[in-house]
Write a protein that binds this ligand. Structure first.
Ligand code: UTP
Length: 289
């Protein structure tokens, strides 16, 4: 089993980031100098994936344009010897083979992934949520692929979240396999207190068996009237083996304002163009507070 393809669902409406996301896809909002979606594509590429499908909708064509060439702009940058900028925009367009499919109705994450059925075919595939950005030494999706290939099964990326926060996530019933890898026996989306299995929550990264497509096809709408991926995952972990990987790395939910600001700050502090300057600015600012 080899994981060669990735799917990035990015067709959500982004209501937590309004009004900005009324016309700009949240995946195109910049973290320092690159749109959020580029970090996700780079993570997949760093894990050895070459073919990537982005699930979009009718208001997100800025993403297709971003990963395309732009000859007029390139000519201008060339003429004015802006070599760094030229190299950067070319690099983004050449990162991977990127494909697009539209989710014609916003019917939930499970439905968005089901739209990838023809692209994926009959092989295991990676899923990286379009608004979950990871900062890690080893690409998080690569950590999952390693476990999925070792155990020949689906894998989900998890971390422990505080008990008071687990009701916003999907809680997993797990049994230890090795240090940071567990067997998933069951899971529950947005559990009430008495339904919590554990503090391990799925955080935006998956390697899925193609069996998920038949499951998603037959699913009835769940919470919020949407086709929920976690309803599909519950069936998948009951019929086939699934492991959870407690991954190394920090996850940012850039689909909400606070998560987006945290990511902006951390990425800017790390960035050679802004790190030093931002440190000094923060020190100055802290004295004023
Ligand atoms: P979210 O719930 O985080 O994104 O979905 P959203 O729906 O855009 O956000 P809000 O709540 O309105 O602010 C998780 C992922 O699933 C995708 C989103 O783009 C995001 O990557 N998604 C969600 C779809 O692709 N299609 C959908 O119908 C719903």
């Amino acid at each position: 089993m080899k994981v060669k393809k990735a799917v990035i669902p990015a067709a959500g409406l982004g209501t937590r980031m309004l009004p900005a996301t009324k016309t700009v896809p949240k995946e195109m909002l910049p973290l320092v100098d690159k749109p959020a979606i580029q970090y996700i594509v780079e993570e997949a590429v760093a894990a050895g994936i070459e073919d990537i499908l982005i699930v979009t909708n009718r208001s997100k064509s800025a993403m297709d344009d971003y990963f395309d060439y732009y000859p007029e702009l390139e000519d201008r940058l060339n003429a004015s010897q802006k070599e760094r900028e030229l190299a950067e925009i070319r690099r983004a367009a050449d990162l991977a083979n990127i494909f697009y499919v539209r989710q014609k109705e916003t019917r939930g994450l499970g439905h968005a992934i089901w739209r990838a059925k023809h692209f994926v075919g009959d092989e295991p595939f990676a899923v990286l949520l379009g608004d979950d950005i990871m900062r890690a030494k080893t690409p998080v999706i690569g950590q999952l692929i390693q476990a999925a290939e070792k155990y020949q099964c689906s894998a989900v990326g998890v971390q422990q979240v505080p008990t008071e926060a687990i009701s916003k996530y999907c809680s997993l019933k797990v049994e230890a396999l090795e240090d940071n890898v567990f067997t998933v026996d069951d899971l529950v989306e947005k559990p009430r207190r008495e339904e919590i299995f554990s503090n391990y929550a799925i955080l935006g990264r998956y390697v899925l068996s193609p069996a998920i497509f038949d499951i998603l096809e037959d699913l009835k709408p769940g919470v919020g009237g949407e086709i929920q991926l976690t309803d599909g995952l519950r069936q998948l972990c009951r019929q086939d083996r699934m492991v959870a990987v407690d991954f190394e790395g920090k996850r940012y939910d850039t689909g909400n304002v606070r998560g987006f600001l945290e990511a902006s700050l951390d990425f800017s502090l790390d960035h050679p163009l802004t790190g030093q300057w931002l440190r000094e600015y923060i020190r100055k600012k802290a004295k004023e507070l």
